[in-house]
Design a protein around this ligand. Structure first.
Ligand code: PGA
Length: 254
């Protein structure tokens, strides 16, 4: 069973979808459907929709955040967004190191580490995404890859800072493929991450660390993940785009 020392957190990652108007409609629709949920509900919306999403979500249980940020405090970086700007717009968290950013925008563990440090310094909660490719999975290299991503992404992060972090295990082969990992396969990776956290921080912080599973989560497959001892929540892409579908995932344990 999931350890009740940790909250259940369900995060929607909208990626590059939804205008401001669509965002407002979605939040109006979602908030009554999730208001009695025991799970915490997070939405990572596009930059342009953060401010209106945050004001729409006021007084509801929905937490608004962003999908990426720059590692600099500010500066001459045309087209980039700083953590303090996200915070200013009403974001409370940021996703860092999503596999699409690693693959399509060449983000390295060292860059991701800088972003995490900046995000934490700017007062944002940070969700670090990690996960192995199909090839690495088939070669049985999952733990090796996760260790490298954790060592690199969380270098110099203190035990204290673990309080403001979540980890999302998202096997790359499961993202957007309708080919979710089985809860048992995901649990092995989550348990590995928690062991890593014990050695990097300490047992107490590792026990409190929320570790999410992501990759083709749907209302049909969500609940069994949350039965696993080290799976504390879900990071949902495609199935978060409809409020009705996403609410079924949020409420799947009720
Ligand atoms: P998916 O995406 O749920 O559409 O597979 C998950 C993610 O990319 O975070």
């Amino acid at each position: 069973m999931h350890d009740s020392k940790r909250p259940v957190v369900i995060v929607g990652n909208w990626k590059m979808y939804k205008t401001i108007e669509e965002t407002n409609t979605y939040i109006q629709e979602l908030s009554p459907m999730v208001k009695d949920s025991a799970a915490k509900v997070y939405l990572a919306v596009p930059f342009t929709a953060i401010q209106s999403a945050a004001s729409q979500a006021q007084g509801t249980s929905i937490v608004i955040g962003a999908q990426n940020m720059n590692s600099a405090a500010e500066g001459a970086f045309t087209g980039e967004i700083a953590g303090k700007m996200l915070k200013d717009a009403g974001a409370q968290f940021v996703i860092v190191g999503h596999s699409e950013r690693r693959r399509l925008f060449a983000e390295t563990d060292a860059m991701i580490n800088q972003k995490i440090k900046r995000g934490l310094a700017d007062g944002l909660q940070v969700i670090l995404c990690i996960g192995e490719s199909k090839e690495q999975h088939l070669q049985d290299k999952t733990n090796e890859v996760l260790k490298a991503q954790l060592d690199g992404g969380l270098a110099d992060i203190t035990a204290e800072q673990f309080n403001s972090l979540m980890i999302a295990y998202e096997p790359v082969w499961a993202i957007g493929t309708q080919e979710a990992a089985t809860p048992e396969v995901a649990e092995k990776a989550h348990a590995f991450c928690r062991e890593w956290a014990v050695s990097h921080a300490d047992a107490d912080h590792a026990e409190k660390l929320v570790i999410l599973y992501g990759g083709s989560v749907s209302p049909e497959n969500a609940a069994p993940f949350l039965e696993q001892p080290d799976i504390d929540g879900l990071l949902v892409g495609g199935a978060s785009l409809s409020a009705a579908t996403f609410s079924q995932i949020v409420n799947c344990k009720r």
